[in-house]
Design a protein around this ligand. Structure first.
Ligand code: AHG
Ligand code: MN
Ligand code: MN
Length: 349
């Protein structure tokens, strides 16, 4: 079955989004105005994430230049640079989120354990993030990103690790920033739709460019590190053979796309449909990606956009985490494409 749907189903952006003037801040503020009881804390927190995104964008863009300069003599710039950028993005997020007292604590892919940012009783939120995703791609100027999720603090006591170990369905917001050919910030609060903002570096603002993103129900694209195929379980190998068979009626063979930065691969999948998968295999039974910082935020975003996220056997957002850095097999994408993947996985006992 070939789809007659266009490659995307959100309203195309205006000719010059920045002229329309809906900045990220305005958009978030208008969202708050729709909830008169809101204290402004959530709005303020999201705006701080927007500020962190601008600061990390600046660092990412400069890091590319630093890498070019590094080529002229230094040998270990690549390792140091990537590491430095991971660290810098991490520190930027921590200091920006700690500035206003809305964020009680954070958990980051780059930190061993959670970090308390505010003991103020009004600090109602917890933020989880992968500060720099796909960082091994920075040295070759390929898209990288930042991924985040926001949870409401559930207790009045000082935050502990267990406060972060909550199923992804409890997120109150999630998003990512893609440092691609342009910088984009995609955000959702779950029920209000998924919205994309494009950064205009000439004015230093994110402008609404992709309102209410909806992922197509299926598409003929798959994204997986096929270099791992020797380790895959037989069900994943059969699914992989299936997407490559010729069958016009089901849009096969699918096209292959794999960047190796989750933010880039997931963003393309969100825009065009299809499936991204990082399954568990013989070598890495739980796959590679982290439940709290990578799988949950993307699962939250994809479901809000009409897509699906699964381990192959269960819904990502229903998993009860047991550790901050736990990994999880992930299949993310168009509802029908993820269902087909699940059918293969479930057929293996
Ligand atoms: P990070 O840079 O935050 O450690 O994440 C890297 C991840 C993710 O971005 C991507 O989907 C995956 O690694 C790619 O892994 P492979 O190189 O094994 O394909
Ligand atoms: Mn990552
Ligand atoms: Mn990372």
């Amino acid at each position: 079955m070939t789809s007659d749907k266009p490659a995307h189903s959100w309203a195309p952006p205006p000719a010059d989004a920045s002229r329309v003037g809906i900045t990220l801040e305005t958009f978030i503020l208008e969202g708050q105005l729709g909830h008169p009881a809101a204290t402004g804390a959530f709005t303020s927190l999201l705006n701080q994430i927007g500020l962190a995104a601008k600061l990390v964008t600046a660092k990412v863009r400069r890091a590319g230049l630093a890498r070019l300069l590094g080529y002229t003599g230094q040998t270990n710039v690549q390792g140091e640079l990537v590491q430095k950028l991971d660290e810098e993005a991490n520190e930027t997020l921590i200091s920006v989120l700690g500035r206003r007292k809305h964020c009680a604590a954070i958990a980051s892919e780059e930190l061993e354990t959670e970090r308390i940012l505010s003991t103020d009783p009004r600090a109602k939120y917890l933020v989880v993030f992968d500060p720099l995703d796909g960082s091994s791609n920075i040295d070759c100027n390929i898209s990288i990103g930042t991924i985040f999720g926001v949870l409401r603090k559930s207790s009045t006591h000082t935050v502990e690790t267990s406060d972060f170990l909550r199923p992804g369905r409890e997120l109150v917001a999630a998003g990512y920033i893609l440092y691609g050919s342009s910088t984009m910030l995609i955000i959702t609060t779950g029920t209000g739709g998924v919205h994309g903002f494009t950064y205009d570096p000439t004015v230093g603002e994110f402008f609404l460019s992709h309102e209410n993103i909806r992922i197509p129900d299926r598409a003929s694209l798959y994204s997986i590190n096929e270099g791992n195929s020797t380790y895959w379980h037989e069900s994943v190998q059969r699914w992989n053979a299936w997407v490559k068979e010729e069958d016009k009626a089901t849009g096969r063979p699918y096209g292959a796309r794999y960047v190796g930065s989750l933010v880039a691969d997931a963003h393309r999948t969100l825009m065009k449909g299809g499936i991204f998968a990082y399954p568990g295999d013989r070598k890495s039974p739980s796959g590679k990606l982290r439940l709290l910082y990578e799988a949950n935020p993307f699962a939250f975003i994809f479901e809000a956009a009409g897509g699906k996220a699964s381990t192959g056997r269960e819904r990502i957002l229903d998993i009860q985490p047991t550790a901050l850095h736990q990994r999880v097999p992930l299949a993310l994408g168009s509802i029908r494409d993820v269902e087909i993947f699940e059918e293969f996985v479930r057929s293996e006992r």
